[in-house]
Design a protein around this ligand. Structure first.
Ligand SMILES: CC(C)(COP(=O)(O)OP(=O)(O)OC[C@H]1O[C@@H](n2cnc3c(N)ncnc32)[C@H](O)[C@@H]1OP(=O)(O)O)[C@@H](O)C(=O)NCCC(=O)NCCSC(=O)C[C@H](O)C(=O)O
Ligand SMILES: [Mg+2]
Length: 286
């Protein structure tokens, strides 16, 4: 866990929006997705691509992980996006609507052909019914693929589902994608919450995502960053508990089971506690 990278809050912004590109330099999110896809109008694609690549080259985003979302493989912009973005070398290339392992391999092959630097990872958006059904194969397809990103708007659209509090229509898909990510040791980010004024609904969805096991949430507005940072970090109680569990285990010196605060503690609980402490330390180190 020592190389754990916090991804509590990953903010999308249209790469065509100069003001947002500038503002993002001071937003306390863990990551950015400079979007060339859905948030950019067709006649702004070329200038957005240039702006995103210049933003990466500016190195103006400090500790934030900077990624660029390219247009889909079935679009007229995909090839030019990939060529330019690989040359710019962001921390990650976010590929939309990835639905199979073969698509991952094609993307990785294209990244190699375009000379993407080693530090540029592939992030695959999973947002189709096929992707949900193939999440494990997608996640396992390449070591270069580091993160799965839920696309809950597209998933709801494809399912003919409605956006409702609690997300019941999406829960099977969210769980399948999580299983795929965890089975293969990859990170996974929850989808966006569209209503930027509904703080209560947003925070409830952050809590749900955290409880399900997501590493963080993708966001659409700066006003969502603090809530996600808090929801996806272990709180003081969780950190104190984790320290107590590790201490009780060490004091038990080799016995297979101890108690902490009246609760049974076995090796698996200690592993979880150590993970919590590693996440906490990585966040503190920011
Ligand atoms: C949703 C928005 C269009 C709202 O924009 P706006 O009305 O301008 O918001 P505000 O006036 O409240 O903005 C206040 C200031 O914050 C800046 N701002 C706003 N949003 C961002 C942002 N995302 N990043 C950086 N800065 C931002 C404004 O410029 C204002 O600054 P200032 O002038 O200094 O006060 C807008 O928030 C927006 O465009 N959001 C991102 C949209 C986007 O990228 N969408 C694509 C990804 S979502 C998706 O497709 C997921 C997936 O594929 C799926 O299927 O689910
Ligand atoms: Mg989408």
């Amino acid at each position: 866990m020592s190389d754990f990278r916090p991804r509590r809050s990953v903010l999308y912004l249209p790469a065509s929006n100069e003001r947002a590109l500038e503002k993002a330099k001071s937003i306390p999110c863990d990551g950015l997705i400079l979007d060339l896809e859905d948030a950019v109008a067709p006649d702004a694609k070329a200038t957005a691509r240039e702006a995103a690549c210049s933003a990466v080259a500016s190195h103006g985003y400090g500790r934030r992980e900077v990624t660029i979302r390219v247009n889909g493989a079935d679009t007229e912009w995909h090839a030019a996006d990939l060529a330019a973005v690989c040359a710019a070398g962001p921390d990650g290339i976010v590929a939309p609507k990835v639905s199979s392992a073969a698509e991952v391999l094609a993307l990785v092959d294209a990244m190699d052909r375009h000379g993407a630097p080693d530090h540029t990872q592939l992030w695959a958006m999973v947002e189709t019914p096929r992707a949900m059904l193939h999440a494990e194969e997608i996640a396992a397809a390449s070591d270069r693929l580091a993160v799965l990103v839920m696309g809950t708007n597209d998933l709801a659209k494809e399912l003919y589902a409605e956006h409702v509090p609690g997300r019941a229509p999406l829960l099977t898909g969210l769980s399948l994608a999580l299983l795929g990510a965890r089975a293969t040791g990859k990170a996974i980010l929850d989808g966006v919450y569209n209503d930027v004024r509904d703080t209560e609904g947003f925070l409830a969805e952050c809590r749900q995502g955290r409880e399900m096991g997501f590493d963080g949430k993708t966001l659409v507005h700066p006003g969502q960053v603090d809530g996600a940072n808090e929801a996806f970090a272990p709180d003081k109680q969780a950190v104190d508990d984790a320290r107590g569990i590790v201490q009780a285990w060490e004091d038990g010196s080799g016995s297979g089971v101890v108690t902490f605060n009246g609760r049974m503690v076995e090796a698996l609980h200690v592993e979880t506690a150590r993970r919590t402490l590693a996440i906490h330390e990585a966040i503190v180190a920011l």
